[in-house]
Design a protein around this ligand. Sequence first.
Ligand code: MRU
Length: 368
Amino acid sequence: MHRDALPAHEDPAPYRALLRPAGARHIDVIDQRALPHALVRAKIADPDAAALAIRRMWIRGAPLIGAVGAYGLALALDRDPSDAALAKAHAALDATRPTAVNLRWALDRVRARVAPLSPSARADAAWAEADAIAAEDAAFNRAIGEHGLALLRGIAQRRPGPVRVMTHCNAGALATCGWGTATAPLFLAHADGLALSVWVSETRPRLQGANLTAWELAQRGIPHTLFADSAAGLLMQRGDVDLVIVGADRVARNGDVCNKIGTYDKALAARDNNVPFYAAVPSPTIDWNTADGAAIPIEARDSDEVLTVAGRDDYGQTVRVAIAPHGTKAVNYAFDVTPARLITGLVTERGITRASRDWLAAMFPERA
Ligand code: MRU
């Protein structure tokens, strides 16, 4: 899908988190660490750079991690298409981040495609498979957007004023190869002229909401308000939220949703205040091999991310400052699990389903 080939409202984003220039043997990504202060693009031309970009979170978000992982394998096979090199690159990329299942899914898919081929045919096939994964992700985003849009339209018909949507972290275009997952309904609604007011959680410690989601909404002119993570319950209690929609890093077979830390708290507050709570879930995010959320590996990151904040000072310099006494112990789990019972529905590319084993199996009978 090329931007120029589409009418303006069809464009998944005026910025693309991941591009492969036609015929190129490299990819081009946004280095998301620089946002929202600068839009910096980085060329990834070798497998080690792909692994580093995932590990250090130049790129992040489950579907994007999967796509970059797939291209990382293609880059590795360009250098050495042997069985040993394939196994080594698969293992190295798989070890970069543990929670988003899209990474393992994409790596396994590319490996399954190329392993039966002769070594000389492998690299081209890997590039083509990575392209297919990226294109499919954009199509899934769009379909999720259509299904989610119906929910927003339903709310708009029931009450006057803008539809007030809360989201957490960044499940936007920056996290995918297209429209984003949780943001796709918002982008489509806005393009359709539906009035929105989006509540954006700051998402400590890495501030994906403040740095990335607020930036994406501003790029599109969608009204939004940033709030401190701890204010979510109050906003719902005051009746200021019509619907919560978040992304997902891994959904277990029973419908438990693992997503950015702080998602569970929002689901609890939503349940207590009768606010519908949805997760946007493209099918590669469903882990059919994991029975429930307790079995999902939760990434533990460096405590420095909790003990400091980074931002831009009055002189335009990016600075990182300490916010706790030197030597303070901190814990930094990157994700949590929201039990299926707290989830109103999962918005997949095939439609909206209940978060339960039976409903998921009915929606994806070929996978269950
Ligand atoms: O640590 P991150 O920034 O990779 O976490 C991202 C999230 O938790 C997103 O909500 C999730 O990956 C879905 S992105 C469509």
